[in-house]
Ligand binder design. Structure first.
Ligand SMILES: [Zn+2]
Length: 402
């Protein structure tokens, strides 16, 4: 019998069901010349190696693009519908999930507004917000800047005070219970009139202390930022920070308008900026943050699949890219899922992931010393993991004993 001899040994590291393994591949001399049996693998648990998914999960993160109404999970939607005697156009939770196959932004918005109909009382907005907080605190999200759409509710007869009180109470609890900090950003629905946005801004003024900024969301194409120039001027005078959705489905021109006419300090999405080199130059020069939402973009067909997403190109162009979840209940994932999907699809390095996580804090509306403390906590984590393992590895596809 031929004696087995290992030739050309190679070792790679992979994650199998979250556990790090060394996979040792070698050529077995017994099978020399037989292609089929040439490669033999051995799996060896490797506790010293930190896989990138585990690293992402452990990373302190900030979420800057989250619509609180978009965190309404079907289970809570049904619970609130029952509590409030609201009839839903769906019979079961499964039916709701089946309806989450969107063809574009508008097909999503139709379901999104229907779902929001179950939110009526302070306790509903409180439960909705706290459910989101509890999910993301488990994902090491340390700071959130939450969008809310008052018009979605005030147009149904829910008073502004009701919704803001429920959301605010949950954010106070987030701080007390989990030490999680937050900011609130009130969005105007851009498919509605300038007049309606103006009156929403008036509604918000008595709660100025609870609201940090204003934004612009909903159907983008056909509703350019310039429509809200006067509303944003008034918001500036009232001391609000400003952001706007631009360049998701709409053209780069909308990003120019958001910068020049609305005076925003962050662009939400902005992925179409790469179509305009002059715009990219300006965004890089001004270190303008872009709140990119990878799973949202693939779910709404801005990109057909994650491998086609331009996030890595944006990062390589020097843009201040952040990763966020947008409407996580509808798009299949919260912060970790978005980071992991983008990392896998675009083969992001540890350095890329760290830079994106740091950008989240840098682009936030936290005070400088708070931002520095979060950046330090990322460096500390990196230091600890390097000290304990010496290795951070990128491969994450479950290994197959070939
Ligand atoms: Zn959004």
């Amino acid at each position: 019998m031929l004696k087995s001899k290992k030739l050309h040994t190679s070792v790679i590291s992979q994650s199998v069901r979250g556990q790090a393994f060394h996979i040792i591949k070698f050529l077995d001399s017994r099978f020399r010349g037989n292609d089929k049996f040439l490669r033999v693998c051995h799996f060896k648990p490797n506790k010293g190696v930190i896989m990138i998914e585990e690293f992402i999960k452990a990373l302190p993160k900030a979420e800057l693009h989250l619509h609180i109404e978009g965190s309404l999970e079907p289970e809570l939607m049904f619970e609130l519908a029952e509590r409030n005697n609201v009839e839903l156009p769906f019979a079961t939770v499964e039916e709701v999930r089946e309806a989450y196959e969107f063809s574009d932004l508008q097909s999503f918005l139709d379901i999104y507004y229907a779902g929001a109909g179950v939110l009526l009382h302070v306790s509903d907005f409180f439960d909705l917000t706290l459910a989101y907080i509890e999910r993301v605190q488990k994902q090491n999200v340390r700071h959130v800047e939450i969008f809310f759409d008052p018009q979605t509710h005030t147009d149904r007869g829910v008073p502004f005070q009701t919704l803001i009180t429920g959301i605010h109470k949950a954010l106070v609890e987030a701080k007390e219970k989990y030490g999680m900090t937050s900011r609130l950003i009130m969005c105007f629905l851009r498919h509605l009139s300038e007049e309606a946005a103006m009156s929403t801004l008036e509604d918000a003024l008595p709660f100025r202390g609870w609201i940090t900024g204003v934004g612009l969301d909903s159907s983008e194409v056909g509703f350019p930022p310039e429509k809200f120039e006067r509303v944003f001027a008034k918001a500036t005078a009232a001391g609000f920070r400003k952001v706007a959705h631009a360049g998701e489905e709409g053209p780069p021109e909308y990003i120019w308008q958001a910068l020049d006419l609305l005076g925003v300090s962050r662009i939400d999405h902005g992925v179409r900026c790469l179509e305009d080199p002059k715009l990219v130059q300006r965004l890089v020069k001004e270190k303008m943050p872009l709140t990119v939402c990878p799973l949202s973009n693939t779910k709404l067909r801005v990109f057909d699949k994650m491998e086609d997403h331009n996030l890595k190109k944006m990062l390589d162009a020097g843009l201040c890219v952040t990763i966020n979840s947008d409407d996580p209940a509808y798009f299949g994932g919260y912060m970790n899922e978005n980071f992991i999907a983008a990392q896998k699809g675009l083969n992001l390095s540890h350095e890329d992931v760290i830079e994106i996580a740091k950008n989240g804090f840098r682009a936030s509306y936290l005070a400088e010393d708070e931002i520095d403390a979060h950046l330090q906590s990322i460096d500390d984590l990196l230091g600890q993991q390097r000290a304990s393992s010496g290795t951070l590895v990128n491969q994450q596809i479950p290994g197959k004993n070939e």
